[in-house]
Write a protein that binds this ligand. Sequence first.
Ligand code: G3H
Ligand code: 13P
Ligand code: ZN
Length: 314
Amino acid sequence: MALVTSRKMFQMAYKNGYAVGAFNVNNMEITQGIIQAISEAKAPLILQISKGAREYASMSYLRAIIDVAVRENPDIPICMHLDHGDSFELCKQCVQDGFTSVMIDGSHLPFEQNVKLTADVVKYAHDHGVVVEGELGQLGGIEEHVVGVDDVSAHLTNPDQAIEFIQKTGVDSLAVAIGTSHGAYKFKTEPKLAFDVIEKIQKKAPGFPLVMHGSSSVLQEFKNLINKYGGKMPDAMGVPEEAITRASKMAVCKVNIDTDLRMALTAKIRQVFAEKPGEFDPRKYLGPGREAIKQMVLHKLKVLGCAGRASECL
Ligand code: G3H
Ligand code: 13P
Ligand code: ZN
């Protein structure tokens, strides 16, 4: 089947208390690792592409890889989503490139400007059968194209504003700031998330799907391998998996994961280079990296509760 939007996935996820994994893809091995896991576990899937991924791999290569994945997995609903779109023009381009979902991230803008930008994207995207994710409140951390704030607790989503934002923009889903941040250093001490923000929005807008960004767990296994084999990420800390499961049972229908993919690949490559310093065949280190991604995603699907849910989302 062709690429799908996330509409049915979110309806089912909300109703049945799970979340769909949204995994960032930047190259063939990452995509294949994710697809192998999804195909085995029969889970719905959102593959997301950032502005940086478009620039790194070029959209035509990424699209071709994803087309193969879709063709080879007709029983799995796959949505192709723009992650952190930063302008109307980029969202429009992605709609034209065949994305079935786009995110417009106006979270750094004053409220009314964010509303206006998001509503404009919604109008264009909906006219072309594409769904839209907006964002209100700000996350921390730094990625290539996504700069966060320092004090995440001061920028949590205001639930009343969220309701107004949803009504004024017509967005299909909303990314909320509940204390997570992008990258591998999410908390300095104990992880703390504002579940009350989710609860309040859920009460006022029942059935409306929320999105959790910055949701990697920074798995101990990969952190240890990276630190053991020459890396330096001693203070890395992610979102506890129990918190992801708890949010997935609430109104959170989409959980964004990139850092855990990066760390799985990096850990395995470091391990191969350390154990076999003479290795220079890329297949011998990218292969184990791809397998680590597959196993990691298989585990995530259980944490999210979406394993075995593919058919109901078709
Ligand atoms: O939230 C950001 C994603 O991890 C993508 O990061 O902009 O470095 O591709 P990127
Ligand atoms: P992580 O950095 O926690 O993987 O978050 C990724 C993300 O939110 C992509 O939009
Ligand atoms: Zn994000």
